[in-house]
Write a protein that binds this ligand. Structure first.
Ligand code: HEM
Length: 147
């Protein structure tokens, strides 16, 4: 069972209020595909991912980024039970999509950068730490079905 301090919970909730699942989800997934190009192999059905401009303009990347961040919103709302909240998604990524769980960390990494850019000076050290912890718990929950 993960322990959360009141400050950590407050930091996660406060930042989430500012998240735009569509725009920030789009930027996060686009960064994953551009910065870590080998991740593109999972998205062969998405059409043109040939360069950064194509990825950023791709409507499927945009729609899927929103879907990913919306799922993350479920984990924010159920912060005390992330493992169960994401259990089905873990199964889908493992059994159906065969996504290497290392990739979850790449997405978390990109999301932290998107949030940091958005928050600027408000991305304080405790806030950054709370988000790294939250995303580590999310990645562990999504990786659960692989063990
Ligand atoms: C599908 C969430 C990370 C690859 C999905 C779906 C959700 C989701 C909600 C739709 C599932 C369904 O149709 O039932 C997440 C979350 C992630 C994450 C919350 C991390 C925080 C990743 C990563 C990759 C990935 C890192 C690969 C690099 C895929 C693929 C699909 C998918 C290929 C199917 C897309 C399609 O064809 O529509 N994900 N995902 N996911 N995810 Fe993830």
């Amino acid at each position: 069972m993960v322990h959360w301090t009141a400050e950590e919970k407050a930091a996660i909730a406060a930042v989430w209020k500012e998240v735009d699942v569509e725009a920030d989800g789009h930027e996060t997934l686009a960064r994953v595909l551009i910065v870590f190009p080998w991740t593109q192999r999972y998205f062969s059905s998405f059409g043109d991912l040939s360069c950064a401009t194509a990825i950023l303009a791709n409507p499927k990347v945009k729609a899927h980024g929103k879907r990913v961040l919306s799922a993350l919103g479920g984990a924010v709302k159920n912060i005390d039970d992330i493992k169960h909240t994401l259990a089905h998604l873990s199964e889908v990524h493992a059994e159906k999509l065969h996504v290497d769980p290392q990739n979850f960390k790449l997405l978390a990494n990109c999301l932290v950068i998107v949030l940091a850019r958005k928050l600027g000076a408000r991305c304080t050290v405790p806030c950054h730490a709370a988000w790294e912890k939250f995303l580590a718990v999310v990645c562990a929950a999504l990786s659960k079905h692989y063990h």
